[in-house]
Design a protein. Structure first.
Length: 220
């Protein structure tokens, strides 16, 4: 409990510190604790320390552990931060409060249909392939204006843009680029920054940071 509380306080303190020079309020930054690969025994101490927003990469893994945790803690918000297959859209809409990986028309169609069926609108971030990497998901930069128009033509709430910068490179230019794309396209939400670079992301306008290792420690 103490370890989790200490880590959480440290991350929150870092967010507040980076908000100051950017003239931002720490309340404007949502800290998502990335709980993928961690079981309830690792998650519960963070909940007890006051963390209320968690992120998972896979629908199936989240289904295995979160229903019981949320029954005990009904105020938890759960975000899907990993890639989503269209055939899992219904399950994702039932389980998650926000989706960070909307990146293609086929998934947009599947999610719109699933939300209509469930009578539930789940806000979605459009994931941008900010480094133009063939192996990564995300909407191509050139395709972004057209895709955002398609999203806006549905009832799905557009939460903002999300990116994962290329590994082993300086993240700041990619975060700045995502912020510019958001501004150019009239979008305010920015889901960017992980354990190694969330402080930079906050300085450059992140509204949601996805932090795992800094809160849970290294994965086994």
């Amino acid at each position: 409990m103490e370890n989790a509380a200490t880590r959480l306080a440290e991350v929150r303190g870092n967010i507040a510190r980076m908000c100051k020079p950017a003239r931002r309020s720490p309340e404007d930054v949502t800290l998502i604790a990335v709980s993928k690969t961690h079981g309830p025994e690792a998650i519960t101490p963070l909940i007890e320390a006051g963390q209320r927003v968690f992120g998972e990469n896979r629908v199936q893994e989240a289904q295995g552990k979160w229903p019981a945790l949320r029954e005990a803690h009904p105020d938890i918000a759960l975000h899907l931060i990993g890639q989503l297959q269209s055939n899992k859209a219904e399950e994702a809409v039932a389980l998650f409060d926000m989706i960070h990986s909307l990146d293609r028309p086929s998934l947009l169609t599947a999610l719109a249909k699933a939300m209509d069926k469930a009578g539930r609108q789940v806000p979605c971030f459009v994931q941008v392939n900010i480094g133009d990497e063939a192996q990564k998901g995300g909407c191509g930069i050139a395709d972004l204006p057209k895709f955002l128009a398609e999203v806006r033509a549905t009832p799905i709430p557009l939460a903002g843009l999300m990116c994962i910068p290329p590994a082993d490179t300086e993240a700041a230019p990619f975060f700045a680029f995502l912020a510019k794309l958001a501004a150019d396209n009239g979008v305010t939400g920015l889901s960017m920054g992980m354990s190694g670079d969330y402080e930079t992301a906050v300085q450059l306008g992140a509204t949601h940071v996805r932090v795992g290792t800094a809160l849970f420690g290294s994965r086994g």
